[in-house]
Design a protein around this ligand. Structure first.
Ligand SMILES: [Zn+2]
Ligand SMILES: [Zn+2]
Length: 233
């Protein structure tokens, strides 16, 4: 089944996310753009995922619970789960391994919202920082909870597994990597031929509403539900 996706979207919980990235605005924009499946992947937190999932159900859009975790090597990893419980359980692990307090005036506000876009609280942790978890530890923690990890924006010169580690260690159980929306696939494959062995997902990494994808990138999944899609990654 060919499914139009955008699996990398930041909400207003990410300090760098626009304040207009509310649960309702994200789901409504995905609906207008005709997407089948989205994922909300805030930096080191999933506290807006529940609200977006509720709204997705109403609009007929599948919302994959996710998080973009920053490892201690400063590698961004997209973590996807089959349910909210597993995601919240993983969030506990991330929070225990995250130091520092956010400075909203400098990094931006970190707004936790409900399904009516009401401000529930502001997250006070330094979500923009690195966790104390290694790439390998993150992958193991996600796997233990039945989830999947996709290294984010491998075409970028910073915060990517290739830029920071130089390669993708074969010992890591990774099948899929993300290339950013504007990434030049031909150039990337010329430079890093080993990427031919991986499935490629392309996402927006949207921090503003207008950056959410149209129906432009697709994945194949056996069935159209959260588990089917996560297991295909
Ligand atoms: Zn990133
Ligand atoms: Zn991101």
């Amino acid at each position: 089944m060919r499914i139009a996706v955008d699996l990398h979207i930041h909400s207003a919980l990410s300090p760098c996310g626009d304040s207009e990235m509310t649960p309702n605005n994200i789901v409504n924009m995905a609906y207008i753009k005709g997407l089948d499946v989205i994922a909300v992947t805030d930096h080191n937190s999933s506290e807006n995922v529940g609200a977006v999932m509720k709204l997705g159900l109403e609009k007929g859009i599948i919302v994959i619970p996710g998080m973009e975790v920053q490892s201690r090597e400063e590698v961004h990893l997209l973590c996807y789960f089959t349910g909210l419980d597993q995601t919240m359980d993983f969030q506990e692990v991330v929070y225990k391994n995250l130091d520092g307090i956010n400075n909203p005036g400098f990094f931006g506000r970190q707004m936790i919202m409900d399904e009516h876009d009401r401000l529930v609280a502001e997250n006070e942790k330094l979500l923009i920082g690195s966790t104390n978890l290694s790439v390998e530890q993150i992958i193991n923690q996600v796997k233990e909870r039945g989830g999947r990890v996709i290294p984010a924006h491998v075409d970028k010169r910073s915060y990517s597994i290739i830029s920071n580690l130089g390669f993708i260690p074969p010992s890591l159980d990774i099948k899929t990597v993300e290339v950013s929306k504007a990434g030049d696939m031909e150039k990337l494959l010329r430079e890093y031929g080993f990427l031919k062995r991986y499935h490629i997902v392309r996402s927006s990494d949207a921090h503003r509403l207008e950056d959410i994808l149209e129906r432009e990138f697709y994945i194949d999944a056996a069935c159209m539900d959260v588990s089917g899609i996560v297991n295909s990654l």
